[in-house]
Design a protein around this ligand. Structure first.
Ligand SMILES: Cc1cc2nc3c(=O)[nH]c(=O)nc-3n(C[C@H](O)[C@H](O)[C@H](O)COP(=O)(O)O)c2cc1C
Length: 685
């Protein structure tokens, strides 16, 4: 397809963060592996070490080679296009924008819109301009029917003669479920959806009643901007590349989320106003607040501390309800953590192949789901191989969360619904969701009560140890979390304030686990990177149901195989490339085999490669297993591909992507979202 690894190696870009060198001891001797480990430097065998490369500052943003040559400055992040600009571009009829119906059937008359279609119907012009096919086979060739992308498929040459699609197989991704029904979406758009179960539950909990709406509805449908109380930065795989603000029109509600009216929907016009604000960058001033203010906005108030005493009271109906809950057994199961952006469906398929038992969708915001946003609903998709699958939602108030779980229960096929109460992202916390709930136990109780009382499906929650560093909270809440109706809780052993700055506090996780009631399954989470790490937690605290693995799976998805087979796998670069090939295949199936699908697959592959480069092959280490917090020195692999895979330069990740998906388009740029190499960055959990 593209250049070989050996060709590529010559052009390898050099890492920008100066990797730690392995300097000599003051007496001139080399540091021992133990001394390196003590300093959290990976003890790479001396024969593989290479001199630290000179900096070219290309890690955080890389541009394609062609572009780099054309432009004097090698690292220029292109300005993001506004939504309106993108829409306008989409509308322009270019020969390359062939109508999907026509592409599928290769028959101009197949499009019901005829001349009014916003896409081109000129098959010959499309053929003349279409870029050359990519190497490899169409991902749909072994499927049930013809390729749904037809002429637009970048592997068109491998289609069987005469195998043309038609509208009946329009979306033939039949191995994926949880696609939002169009009628339901329209009801959500029009705010006409009914939530009988959620509303009944909210009523029975005294969280809903007649009263005054805080929302001042104006004649033209505008709402008081003060009532806008939710927004979020979407960085998820199916809605990536946009800072999307959603709003939730709160109804009359007291500080703990008691609703006084059931009028909740946002109005479209207001939404678009807010979105424009976001796109124009105003959101930076208006919606997100500096961290200092944020912490003031989420204080552990005296009132709430007093309220803590009342938390243990549980009503009888809840206990009956808990007995009726469907059970899910996490014991000993390998759980791939929810991972925004990178934990997309193709990645989860890769992990399933490599041994993951439980998978979970990327975090979806309740307000966006309730508004019927297609990009948010895409986060709930499930592949047929995901046999124990949950979705993760994030919301601030009992009504929003209860209605969302009712909707998901009705429209999707999932085994459990997880509520993210650990998300540290400012824009989420600022709106009272995610880890902000850790400072508001009364609201936490109501959210869990309302959600678990609305559906029979197990409700699980994911938390951090607490909000502030040094003020762990979960041990005082763990009993209640079970009584409130959660079937399981995952504890990420860090506080919100701490982010990833220190290792996870497993002693605290064990302490909480031992305090949990029997009915509540507890899963530990943090820094697991080998089968021995997994074994240790299981044997140190047999009361743990299981553990969840996040970055360990991103950096080496074969960790699931290692745990199942109880070995350190000295995987070779060729085998790693095969895993990437699988991902690309799954990506093309999921995002499409046309040019758009290929480039979306590339984008998410690159996001993932920003993690995989942190893997240090077993055979190169003096001490095994690698620990997640070790900083690697600069080193050579055992072959060119292994060396390339160790590079933390985005330009080198682009080269790997070109080995799998062909040349990047002109003007291509890439900057990783999560900047995984910064070892202390915040992520969603
Ligand atoms: C890229 C990335 C995305 C994440 N997205 C989510 C998410 O959507 N929901 C969530 O609960 N946690 C999310 N997390 C947090 C992880 O699930 C996990 O709690 C955390 O990384 C600690 O586990 P680890 O030490 O095994 O990585 C994310 C973490 C990373 C690195």
């Amino acid at each position: 397809m593209a250049e070989s690894a050996a060709d590529l190696i010559e052009h390898m870009n050099l890492v920008i963060d100066q990797p730690p060198s392995q300097p000599l001891n003051p007496n001139g001797t080399h540091r021992t592996p133990e001394e390196l480990v003590a300093k959290a430097i990976a003890p790479v065998k001396r024969e593989f070490l290479r001199p630290p490369p000179s900096r070219t500052n290309q890690r955080d943003t890389a541009v394609s080679d062609a572009d780099a040559k054309a432009s004097k400055s090698s690292v220029v992040a292109k300005e993001k296009k506004s939504k309106r600009q993108l829409k306008r571009e989409r509308r322009q009829k270019s020969a390359l924008h062939l109508c999907p119906e026509v592409a599928k059937s290769e028959d101009v008359s197949s499009c019901a819109y005829g001349d009014k279609c916003r896409f081109s119907h000129d098959i010959e012009a499309f053929k003349a301009e279409k870029p050359a096919d990519l190497e490899g086979k169409c991902p749909f060739t072994n499927g049930d029917g013809p390729c749904p992308y037809g002429l637009a498929c970048r592997f068109y040459g491998t289609h069987e003669d005469g195998a043309k699609g038609n509208s009946s197989n329009a979306l033939k991704k039949n191995s994926e479920i949880n696609v939002l029904n169009k009628d339901v979406q329209k009801l959500l758009w029009k705010n006409k959806m009914k939530f009988p179960k959620a509303d009944a539950k909210l009523k029975s909990l005294g969280l809903m009643g007649p009263g005054n709406s805080r929302v001042k509805k104006q004649d033209d449908g505008e709402v008081d901007q003060n009532s806008v109380n939710d927004s979020h930065a979407t960085v998820a795989s199916d809605s990536a590349d946009k800072l999307e603000c959603s709003l939730e029109v709160r109804t009359g509600e007291n500080a703990d989320g008691i609703i006084t009216t059931n009028e909740i929907r946002p109005l479209k016009r207001v939404k678009s106003i807010i979105e424009e604000k976001c796109c124009s960058g105003e959101e930076a001033n208006g919606l997100s607040v500096p961290e200092k203010d944020l912490e003031n906005s989420c204080p552990e108030t005296e009132l709430e501390v007093m309220i803590d005493d009342a938390l243990t009271e549980t009503d009888g109906s809840l206990k009956i309800h808990l007995r009726e809950k469907k059970l899910i057994d996490f014991r000993g199961k390998l759980y791939l953590a929810p991972l925004t952006t990178v934990g997309n469906l193709p990645f989860r398929r890769v992990c399933k192949v490599l041994g993951a038992d439980v998978t979970c969708g990327e975090m979806a915001m309740c307000t966006n789901l309730l508004q019927g946003q297609a990009s948010e609903w895409a986060l709930l998709r499930r592949h047929s191989s995901e046999d124990l699958f949950g979705v993760q939602i994030c919301g601030a108030y009992p009504d929003t969360v209860a209605r969302t779980v009712e909707l998901i229960d009705q429209e999707c096929n999932v085994d459990f619904i997880d509520i993210n109460m650990g998300c540290p992202i400012d824009i989420v916390v600022d709106k009272g969701a995610g880890s902000c709930l850790l400072t508001k136990p009364m609201r936490m109780k109501r959210v869990i009560n309302a959600a678990s009382g609305t559906v029979e499906k197990p409700i699980t929650v994911k938390v951090r140890t607490g909000y502030f560093e040094g003020k762990n909270r979960i041990d005082s809440l763990i009993e209640d979390i079970g009584n409130w109706g959660a079937s399981a809780v995952t504890i990420h052993g860090r506080s919100r304030q701490q982010r990833y700055s220190k290792l996870a506090d497993w002693d605290y996780i064990y302490h909480c686990t031992r305090k949990a009631p029997e009915s509540l399954q507890v899963l530990g989470n943090g820094d697991i990177f080998s089968y021995t790490g997994w074994n240790k937690h299981k044997s140190d605290c047999p009361e743990l149901s299981s553990c969840m693995i996040a970055r360990g799976a991103l950096i080496k998805p074969w960790i699931f195989t290692e745990i199942k087979e109880q070995r350190h796998w000295d995987i070779r670069s060729g085998e790693r490339l095969d895993i990437l090939k699988d991902y690309v295949h799954f990506g093309l199936e999921h995002w499409g085999s046309d040019t758009k699908g290929v480039e979306t697959t590339r984008h998410f592959l690159l996001e993932w490669l920003s993690y995989t480069c942190r893997y240090i092959p077993v055979g190169l280490l003096d001490v095994i297993p690698q620990q997640i917090n070790w900083r690697p020195p600069s080193y050579y692999g055992r072959d060119d591909l292994e060396t390339l895979m160790a590079s933390d330069s985005a330009a080198d990740w682009i080269r790997i992507s070109e080995m799998l998906l062909g040349k990047v388009p002109d003007g291509f740029t890439f900057a990783p979202k999560h900047k995984s190499n910064a070892y202390d960055r915040a992520e969603n959990g």
